[in-house]
Design a protein around this ligand. Structure first.
Ligand SMILES: [Zn+2]
Length: 265
């Protein structure tokens, strides 16, 4: 029996952060994330970066370096209220502006105001978006069933009480593995807000049993795991992707299948 419940390095837990709207507070928040070695995704509205000079663009790229730049539509309308053509334009124009900054294909997203529908999801998919986060907090550490309706664990205001629960059970096979915290940096206003945020990050940081990932790194890893080709007798595993993946065999062995290679068990 091959199971996909292991992550880079053979760890069994993942922590990811997700911040919307792009704000001057992002710089201070990124300093905190970097201080503790955790990763985040920043969902940005392209309109704020329209017409920037090359130097300004470079400054934004450097600010988010090491984390992920992701879509949040061009002008922060509500996708479920938009005409189809507007969903297309708001997504693709946002992508184009952000990709000029990031220097990589920007294919992640979070729904502005948490607004989505079945129709919106279909259009986003056609616009090359591979995942999009909702604002529907699960209060659980569950994996997304559908990456285009990726429900987070909680907003950061509700995160601190969940941290000990998550950290206490890092070895349990029965606990769901993903702690996904979202919020807005502009909600961090007072010294107490910042101290609270640092407490959350600090309490989750520094464990060699946790993979600290951006949203797209997690998406890419799960997609690579699912792309594994496994023989019918489960003894030949071929990884056709460019990402090393790990699997668990018979609930005992953790096996690494390097990118592009075949492993014979
Ligand atoms: Zn927003």
């Amino acid at each position: 029996m091959i199971q996909f419940n292991v992550y880079p390095g053979g760890v069994r837990r993942i922590v990811t952060f997700s911040y919307d709207d792009g704000h001057e507070n992002d710089a201070r928040l990124i300093e905190l994330f970097n201080k503790y070695g955790v990763k985040a995704t920043f969902h940005l509205n392209g309109i704020k970066y329209l017409g920037m000079s090359d130097a300004e663009t470079e400054a934004v790229r450097k600010l988010y370096l090491g984390h992920e730049i992701s879509c949040h539509t061009l002008r922060h309308g509500k996708p479920a209220n938009m005409a189809d053509v507007s969903v297309v334009n708001e997504t693709l124009e946002d992508r184009k502006i952000l990709e000029r900054i990031a220097g990589y294909p920007v294919v992640g997203m979070s729904y502005p105001s948490g607004s989505f529908s079945k129709r919106v999801i279909e259009i986003l998919s056609a616009c090359g978006i591979v995942y999009s986060r909702t604002t529907l907090a699960t209060q659980k550490f569950s994996l997304p069933e559908n990456f285009l309706t990726w429900h987070p664990t909680c907003h950061h205001r509700d995160a601190l009480p969940l941290c000990p629960k998550f950290m206490e059970s890092l070895d349990s096979e029965w606990t769901s593995p993903l702690f996904y915290i979202w919020g807005h940096a502009h909600e961090l206003r007072t010294p107490d807000d910042w101290a609270y945020m640092e407490e959350i990050i600090k309490s989750l940081a520094g464990s060699d049993k946790i993979w600290y990932a951006t949203n797209i790194e997690f998406y890419d890893y799960k997609t690579a795991q699912r792309a594994l080709r496994i023989s019918a007798d489960e003894k030949i595993l071929f990884n056709p992707t460019a990402i090393d993946v790990w699997v668990e065999k018979d609930k005992v062995d953790v096996i690494r299948i390097p990118a592009g290679q075949t492993v014979y068990l």
